[in-house]
Design a protein around this ligand. Sequence first.
Ligand code: NDX
Length: 255
Amino acid sequence: MQCFPGLVLALSSLLGALALLQLSLYLRVPSRYGKHEERLCRPRGRLPARCAWFLQELPSFLVPALLLALRSPPRLEPLGCRLLCCLFCWHYFYRTFIYPFFTRGRPFPLQLFFFGTLFCIYNGFLQGYYLIYCAEYPNDWCTDIRFTSGLLLFLLGMGINIHSDLLLRQLRKPGEVTYKIPQGGLFTYVSGANYFGEIVEWFGFAIATWSLPAFAFAFFTLCCIGPRAYHHHRYYLKTFTDYPKSRKALIPFVF
Ligand code: NDX
């Protein structure tokens, strides 16, 4: 396989277009899973959350790993480029092999599972293909301000995301499906602390890679879970009369 810059440009543009489609679809009405699903208890047409999250996210880890294995001879030089590919796989290792096994979420709708899986194959291919076959970095990329600041943002975002996922999980005992007010960590300031972390993480990744595919993915993430944070916030305000009034939806002290 070789690098086709036109393919990278086309796939990144389509990702940007999907992001805008998503924004237009989910700004007014939330995506129908989790607390925004209307018919909550019918098991038909749903997959257990653990199974759904594992299978859905797996391609984001497997596809870049497969592309890397197929690359002969390996071309992940210099060190900066190798590290960047590892960051992407590191996140999806967590999301595929750790997060699903601890989740206490409701069953996931099959239709969204199908779209989610397609999305993960698509994005796993785009990010992996670009980093493994196309990206060119100078030898001193690791000391470039874009790499170091992006890496710091990525690590900060990932830390917030994992910590917030943990706080949400601890709200329920095994088998429980009720919703409570999230407390602690960044939830003190925003209703969508896990989403805020994930968005910071992928913008950090985009800055560190300084690439069109990564910026397109960061934008997609913002358009996908940004509106969801807003809908979560409205849900909490409507459901809990004692919900902290100073808490914002997504960005601490701002929105
Ligand atoms: N998976 C990303 N688009 C997505 C699945 C949905 O990783 O048709 C994108 C991802 C997919 C999406 C994926 C792609 C686009 C799709 C979309 C659906 C429609 C959309 C396919 C692939 C689409 C077009 C138009 C382009 C075709 O019972 P429960 O499940 O609610 O329990 C929850 C629990 N919880 C609480 N428990 C007690 N009390 C409370 N108050 C609680 N509040 C929540 O915590 C869950 O078990 C858990 C987390 O819930 P929630 O709702 O806060 O997060 P969730 O949305 O489930 O995300 C989980 C993590 C989170 O860290 C988030 O940052 C990350 O995954 N994520 C999620 C979505 C996308 C994404 C990251 C990204 O774009 N980077």
